[in-house]
Write a protein of this length. Structure first.
Length: 323
């Protein structure tokens, strides 16, 4: 059955299915132990966003059934979302003075209205399917409707575009299997960024690379993340690690005000070319981040420092994730 839980301190509410033990009703003294509320992944993520200081033990004490492995994954997802949100800035480039007009909608143009307000693109849209009767005043011919800016300026959000570069080279893959090891973690992170962008309405573009690179068509992204066979069909897995090949898949226009995220173990062959390329790209981007994935036994402080020293700290940010 479904129950609704409300926090007395912050007012946060969730609805969840209660999985009651079959013998709970027969043993009143053990019913509270049998009645555990199973928490799914999305609900756990919401709880962690609100109750950030809560521990696993505290949540289990109030009757929430949370697997320790899922708790660890949820903590990792929260850290990733926090990392992604850093340096997404609000630009004030598009300024509007108080009292300035701007277009908010369109409506039919009627006789007596000014011709300078005619909006031809929306008029053409209204005329679709009408033969020999296009741009009719009062029907399909449209004019602009203006609003008046109340404040001194209007803020426009920048950084609504994520360019994700995912390493599929041989150093990331164990036994040619995409479901284990570093590549499995990289794919999970890539999918998490995809979900993050869809939730916030950000654009998301993906490039895969090894010794060559391929850009996943935007219309195939949903299938790529849903279907393992679709992912395996890209002839990119295994091979060398030439990051500049992947970076060349995006244009200067793509990089403008974008958030670039590289998911890799950074065991790259073209180090000098990569440093030069990233230095140039970072002048266009909103943020530039590297998610360093490495086996835990190899993720020593020296290994992390070695990766961070590849680039100046003001150019990129690095997050390390052990496997």
């Amino acid at each position: 059955m479904k129950v609704r839980i409300k926090c007395r301190h912050c007012g946060f509410e969730i609805e969840s299915e209660v999985q009651v033990s079959p013998i709970g009703s027969l043993k009143p003294d053990s019913q509270s132990k049998g009645a555990k509320i199973k928490i799914d992944r999305d609900t756990l993520d919401k709880i962690l966003e609100v109750a950030r200081g809560a521990s696993l033990e505290e949540l289990q004490k109030i009757g929430l059934d949370i697997d320790p492995a899922e708790w660890k994954s949820a903590q990792e997802r929260r850290a990733l979302r926090k990392f992604l949100k850093e340096n997404i800035k609000v630009s004030r480039e598009k300024r509007k003075q108080k009292g300035e007009k701007y277009v908010v909608a369109t409506e039919p143009w009627r006789m007596g209205d000014s011709f300078k307000d005619v909006d031809l693109p929306s008029s053409e849209v209204k005329s679709f399917g009408i033969e020999n009767l296009r741009l009719i005043p009062g029907v399909t011919l449209q004019k602009k409707v203006y609003g008046i800016t109340k404040g001194r300026e209007r803020e426009v959000l920048k950084g609504v575009k994520f360019l994700v570069v995912l390493d599929g080279s041989g150093s990331m893959i164990s036994r040619r299997n995409l479901s284990i090891g570093k590549i499995a973690k990289a794919l999970l992170i890539g999918k998490e960024i995809y979900d993050f962008c869809r939730k916030l309405g950000f654009d998301y573009h993906l490039v895969l690379f090894s010794d060559h690179a391929v850009r996943v068509p935007d219309k195939k992204l949903k299938a790529f993340w849903r279907d393992p066979q679709e992912r395996a069909s890209y002839g990119i897995w295994n091979g060398g690690t030439r990051l500049t090949k992947a970076l060349d898949e995006f244009t200067d226009s793509d990089y403008k005000d974008a958030n670039v995220v590289i998911i890799s173990d950074m065991d790259i062959a073209d180090l000098k070319e990569t440093k030069d390329k990233i230095t140039k790209i970072s002048q266009l981007t909103n943020s530039f981040k590297i998610i360093l994935i490495e086996e835990e036994m190899n993720l020593s402080p020296y290994r992390i420092k070695q990766s961070k020293d590849l680039f100046p700290p003001e150019t990129i940010k690095i997050m390390t994730i052990p496997v």
